[in-house]
Write a protein that binds this ligand. Structure first.
Ligand SMILES: [Zn+2]
Length: 379
């Protein structure tokens, strides 16, 4: 589904997912609709609500709803930025932060998977949320203004919930990763992951049952999310294990690249000659990308002699990967899995000594996985 890049932080794309655009107004609306309860709660906690800004205004609850809902997503963003900060310090690669309906997801390729690194990487997020909760508490308890105090009360509560929720010992939450890290030191990564996946599944069942009994659809949704993510974590680990020892060059299809100044007709001739459905493209200003059969097909037959590869590659979203998205031939395959899955057309150019020598497709990896799983049954 669609997402937009709204900012960059030290090279990391910060993206908004389309679901957030739906959920943010919805959340603001829910807060506005339950504003009386929120006020009553705050009043019990010592906030003087008769001095609150917008108090008595007809649009008051909605203004507060928008403010508080936005602050919740700012809290989620700060939580994710804390992960990214530690990840960059650990020399891990961070592709993006995606803010979506159920919170934030940081796309991080760990530099190494040592338990201490994984533990600090996962626990920094909840630590940040606890720190924000403490700030909220100070605003609530230590300021004179009713509005600041009311906001602080909300900020304290929402960040505390964020911290506690993320500490649940289940994948893909921070608590699940911290659990695996602590088990890894004793039983090794594979067994630790399996144990953590079991705990995640148990927790998902429990949350799902709670949600069904209490008619809480949101809880049921979270339960599904946890169950599926734990499953994905397990198959990712298995896949990585099966790909161990192989390099990108071992499964790449060797095919000479086309220049971006060549015509589509020439690219088609090259595809036919090499019997491939995607070709690496070398850009004149440096950088590489991929042109696929599907892209070529979108251009009417009689224009293919005059249309240049450049026109097509730049016209497609994601085809603009002139940011040198390629794999070096000796890249270990198990680290290339998520790169390939995320690449446009699930295909990346492969290079050796600065020269493009061919392409590698996600399907090449799945083929290897199927073949290797014949000889190495899952642990
Ligand atoms: Zn987190």
């Amino acid at each position: 589904m669609r997402s937009w890049t709204i900012a960059r932080f030290r090279g990391v794309r910060i993206q908004l997912h389309i679901t957030l655009l739906l959920v943010l107004p919805y959340l603001a609306y829910i807060i506005a609709a339950r504003f009386k309860e929120l006020l009553a709660q705050a009043e019990i906690s010592g906030v003087r609500i008769d001095e609150l800004a917008f108090h008595g205004l007809k649009q008051g609850p909605m203004i507060w709803g928008i403010l508080l809902a936005t602050s919740l997503f700012a809290s989620v963003l700060l939580h994710e930025l804390a992960h990214v900060w530690i990840a960059l310090r650990q020399k891990a690669r961070v592709r993006s932060i995606l803010l979506m309906m159920l919170g934030g997801i940081s796309d991080i390729e760990p530099g190494d998977e040592s338990p201490t690194h994984e533990a600090s990487l996962s626990l920094i997020g909840p630590a940040m949320s606890l720190f924000l909760a403490a700030l909220g508490w100070l605003l609530w308890r230590q300021t004179q203004g009713a509005s600041l105090s009311f906001f602080g009360h909300w900020f304290f509560q929402s960040n505390l919930v964020l911290a506690l929720f993320n500490l649940l010992p289940a994948f893909p939450l921070d608590g699940g990763r911290a659990l695996r890290a602590s088990l890894s030191t004793r039983m090794g990564r594979v067994r630790a992951t399996r144990a953590s996946v079991r705990v995640s599944h148990a927790l998902a069942w429990a949350l799902g049952a709670l949600g069904l009994l209490g008619f809480n659809l949101f809880l049921v949704l979270i339960a599904f999310f946890i169950y599926a993510s734990a499953q994905a974590e397990w198959s990712m680990l298995m896949s990585r294990g099966l790909l161990e020892g192989l390099r990108a060059g071992d499964v790449a299809t060797l095919v000479p690249p086309v220049e971006e100044s060549q015509t589509l007709a020439q690219a088609i001739a090259q595809m036919l000659h090499s019997r491939v459905t995607a070709l690496p493209v070398v850009h004149s200003g440096g950088g590489f990308s991929i042109i696929t059969l599907q892209q070529v097909r979108s251009v009417p037959f009689h224009f293919r002699d005059t249309t240049l590869v450049r026109d097509l590659v730049r016209r497609f979203p994601g085809g603009e990967s002139s940011a040198a998205e390629f794999l070096e031939w000796d890249t270990p395959l198990h680290t290339a899995l998520s790169d390939l899955a995320a690449a446009p057309g699930a295909t990346l150019p492969v290079s050796a000594n600065g020269k493009i020598i061919g392409i590698i497709r996600y399907s090449d990896l799945t083929e290897v996985l199927q073949l290797r799983s014949l000889e190495k049954p899952a642990a």
